[in-house]
Design a protein around this ligand. Structure first.
Ligand SMILES: NC(=O)c1ccc[n+]([C@@H]2O[C@H](COP(=O)([O-])OP(=O)(O)OC[C@H]3O[C@@H](n4cnc5c(N)ncnc54)[C@H](O)[C@@H]3O)[C@@H](O)[C@H]2O)c1
Length: 308
């Protein structure tokens, strides 16, 4: 029997590629929703405001949705520019969806958290699943609070909500949406174009990253896993590879030897400095078999091939 799946925030960096994968499955009928509609004349694409609970409820009921992926959010850099909006969108959309699952309107929810939950007091290297977590951005605060709400709704009402703390995601299908790790995509686009990039983070700023195909594979793996194997109902750590602007530039020069990088540091440096450099994701490996295929060099090569 097929499932009806709704992706909210379907036009964004992750939503776009998640939908491409979900569309390949013949046991799924895919519906998409976003506040801005970019894809022209697509079937099953709805304009929806994720903060409008009545409209979400109506859509889920009308389409008889079984599973929801909630990808609408304001990301770290944009969130710092508009903290109240970040809180309102990131929290209210999640609480609406949790309530609708509690009412039995649909069966399963995926909600992404982020490595932004970690703060300056968390260990920087091989950051464990459970450790000191004092986020310093409104984005991180909203994600950490969201994780606790997910755990609460699972324990109290049995809501089957699953979550991953994504690291920075590198992809080519859609422009990133205003996060601190956006440079990792912009640097490759600039290298192919002008051969010159001015980076807003210092060259030696190490952060964990993941190439989008690995992120999508992980997202589908956690959603496909049997309920009993999901032992963490806040959110799972997910690593990938560690990189920095300098390391990315070096990897890019394997293909574009005259590529130059300059620096003009802005407020995103403080955000990056508060985040881990590498993540311990042994729980994701153990519980639902997370495995990444792409390291830095393979990611850069695939990005240059796709964009070049
Ligand atoms: N991209 C990353 O590197 C990254 C890393 C960690 C976590 N995440 C999380 O993954 C999720 C998706 O991120 P993304 O990178 O695809 O973000 P994005 O900004 O690229 O996409 C978000 C989408 O949500 C839509 N949206 C915004 N407000 C909306 C509203 N009120 N109602 C409906 N839709 C609305 C936007 O139009 C956009 O298409 C977010 O929760 C984000 O915090 C992303």
């Amino acid at each position: 029997m097929s499932s009806n799946v709704l992706v909210i925030g379907s036009e964004g960096q992750i939503g776009t590629e998640l939908c491409l994968e979900l569309e390949k499955r013949d046991d799924i009928v895919l519906y998409r929703a976003d506040i801005r509609l970019l894809t022209n004349s697509e079937r099953r694409l709805y304009r929806l405001d994720a903060t409008d609970q009545r409209s979400i409820k109506q859509l889920i009921r009308e389409l008889q949705i079984d599973e929801v992926y909630l990808m609408a959010a304001l990301l770290s850099a944009k969130g710092e520019e508009n903290p109240k909006l970040a809180w309102e969108l990131n929290m209210n959309s999640l609480l609406h969806l949790l309530d609708l699952a509690k009412e039995g309107l649909y069966k399963k929810l995926f909600w992404p958290s982020s490595i932004a939950v970690f703060g300056p007091d968390s260990p920087k290297v091989d950051t464990p699943q459970n450790t000191t977590i004092n986020p310093s951005t409104v984005y991180g605060i909203s994600k950490r609070s969201g994780e606790f709400w997910c755990n609460y709704y699972f324990n109290k009402y049995g809501v089957d909500v699953r979550s991953i703390r994504y690291p920075g995601l590198i992809s080519h299908a859609t422009e990133p949406g205003g996060g601190t790790t956006d440079y990792s995509v912009a640097i490759i686009r600039a290298a192919i174009g002008t051969r010159n990039y001015t980076c807003y983070l210092k060259g030696n700023t190490i952060l964990p990253m993941l190439f989008m195909p690995d992120a999508i594979k992980a997202t589908l793996a956690i959603m496909d896993a049997p309920k009993e194997s999901i032992t963490i109902r806040t959110s799972y750590n997910l690593g990938g590879f560690e990189t920095s602007p300098e390391l990315m530039a070096r990897s890019i020069r394997r293909f574009i030897p005259d590529f130059e990088i300059n620096y003009s540091i802005d407020f995103r440096q403080d955000i990056a400095d508060s985040w881990p450099q590498s993540i311990n994701d042994e729980n994701a490996i153990m519980d639902w078999g997370f495995e990444s295929e792409y390291d830095l060099d393979r990611t850069v090569e695939a990005m240059i091939k796709a964009l070049g």
